[in-house]
Structures are given as structure tokens and as C-alpha cells.
Ligand binder design. Sequence first.
Ligand code: NAD
Ligand code: SER
Length: 322
Amino acid sequence: MQRILITGALGQIGSDLTDELRARYGTNNVIATDIADPSQDVLDAGPYQFVDCLYAEQIGEVVKKQRIDTIYHLAAILSAKAEGNPQLAWNVNMNGLVNVLEVAREYQCSVFTPSSIGAFGPGTPRTRTPQDTVQRPTTMYGVTKVAGELLCDYYFFKYGVDTRGVRYPGIISYKTLPGGGTTDYAVAIYYEAIKHGRYTCYLAEDTRLDMMYMPDAIKAAIDLMEADPSRLKHRNAFNVTAMSITPEDIAASIREIIPGFIMEYDVDPVRQDIADSWPDSLDDSAAREEWDWSPVFTLDAMTRDMLEKLRLKLQPSETVNQ
Ligand code: NAD
Ligand code: SER
């Protein structure tokens, strides 16, 4: 039986992953943890505990008491926020991960840890970026992601800890807002399309990046954790992607449903520099070969679903007449 701990469970990915894991494995088998204040809805939805990943004893206590066998480690500082406070990013992204891995080693837990397109840098081939290639990122986020990939591999080879992970692209979702990444525009654009019928984008119109709708991101995590280990040649840094798109592509997709949608640009040099250092598109053939990865959502299917779900979520007073 799976007994699961999720760190960073109140974040963008954690809030969706918690619901899906509870639907699959039973509410009481999934312990959500974070350092943020939980809403009453979170407390009512299932087991929740405060766990700061910077303290290994807090992680170990829950793992021991709750007889956890699988950890989804999502607590991290994302790229744009990390450039604002690189020391915090190093501390949370590296020491939090070391603590999780040490607890996993002691209690024989499996561990899922996401890496990112941010693990690549300007020297990486930009298109169809291979699974195994140059990784010299120029951001603190990227430095911690590359080191994290290596550290997770090390714990597998040295200690036999069952570590697995994917390199997520930008993730788009409606449940919880993103936490300070470079790709956050791709979520904000949908909110603003509904609220105001227009959006001012902080990345230039032709900035091409990989993206993925949240249901596919959740599917990737769970499919990989359930994959037959004998098929895995890689472990901790599978390239995964669903679409390679620019801000203009998303705007055009929104205009199919909201014809009057207006897109403007006011480029933020910090986030533009980060985006320009990342690949245009990933080659995810290793994930397809080793654990049958295959995304479901195209850009237009995602746009239809995002706008439908956000219209239900946002108050009528927040939406413009369309
Ligand atoms: P998020 O910023 O939305 O959530 C992170 C959560 O971690 C927050 O709820 C925060 O309160 C919590 N946290 C921060 N410091 C903590 C600490 N010391 N102890 C415990 N919790 C702490 O991030 P996310 O988008 O959900 O990302 C989850 C993981 O996926 C991260 O590793 C991230 O790098 C990776 N990822 C995300 C994306 C994306 O587009 N969202 C893309 C690529 C990779
Ligand atoms: N979406 C993430 C970010 O922009 C990519 O890792 O930080």
C-alpha cells in the first residue's frame, strides 16, 4: 500500500497532485505538508501538517509516524524568485532536497523530485534539446536543479534509494497560482483574458518555451513513479513536454474563444534573460521509450479547458462581458 508524503503541497503543482493522489490511493494515505498557512478547505480535504524541509527531523517525524513509503518533494524556490534571493534558493532547493533524501535513505522511501527546463543554459542545443546534453545554466534556480538531478542519481547509485524525476517545462493550471517562475505569464494571461479582456506580457512575443497543462504534469509524475524500474535507464531528469509555444501562440489560441482579446508587451529584462537561456523545445523520447510518456493536451484543448474552468472559478463581477 502507498503511504505518501507531499512537501510543498500548497504550491501550484502540489495542490493538484494532492487531489489526484488522494483520488487514487485514498485520502488518508496522502499527507500534505508545507510551510504556508493552509486554508480551511485544505484542512477539511485531508491530512495536513506543517513541515519545513530545512529541518530533516520534521520530515523524519512525519515519515516515521505516518509509515510513509513514498515522498513527492515539491518544496522549492522557482526561477524568478530565486534570482531575487539566490541564497534562499540554494538553501531551500539544495538543503531541503538533501534532508528529504537522507530521510528517504533511513526509512526506505521512494522519492519523486521535479527538475526543470531551467536545468539547461545558453550552451545547450536550443531545439529538440536532447535528454543527455550540455547543462551549464546561468541562474541559481538552474544550478540547484542540475545539482539536484545529480544528487538524486547519487542517492540511487550509492544507497539504492528509489529516486525518480522529470524536467518539467512551464506548467499551466487554474487551481493555484504559480509561485514566482519565469513561465508564470502563461497562467496569468488566462486570468486576465477573462477579467479584463487584455494582458500585458513581460516576455517578448516570440519567446518560445516548452509548456504543459497541469493534468499532463500530474500524469507524468504518477506514471513515472509507477513505472517498471527495470525499464528505466535514466532516473531523475527525464525531459517531458507537451507543446513548444510563444506568448503570441497563446494569445491566438485565446482569440479563438475571445475574439477581442488584446495582447500587449512590456518586457522585464530579468525574466527575459532567464527565458532566453532556456531551450525552445525538448526531446522527450527517452521518457516515451522508458515509461511510455505521452501528453494528452494540445494548446487549443488546454485553452478551452482553462477558460471554462476559470469562468467557473472567478466571480461574475471579476469577468468582462464576452
Ligand atoms: P510553488 O512555488 O508553487 O510551490 C512551492 C511550495 O513550496 C510553496 O507552497 C511553498 O510554501 C513551499 N515551500 C517553500 N519553502 C519551503 C520549505 N522550506 N519547506 C517546505 N515547503 C516550502 O512551486 P511549484 O510550481 O508547485 O513547483 C513544484 C516543483 O516543481 C519545484 O521543484 C519546481 O522547481 C518544479 N517545477 C515547477 C514548474 C512550474 O511551472 N510550476 C516547472 C518546472 C519545475
Ligand atoms: N516554470 C518554472 C519557472 O519558470 C520552470 O522551472 O521557474
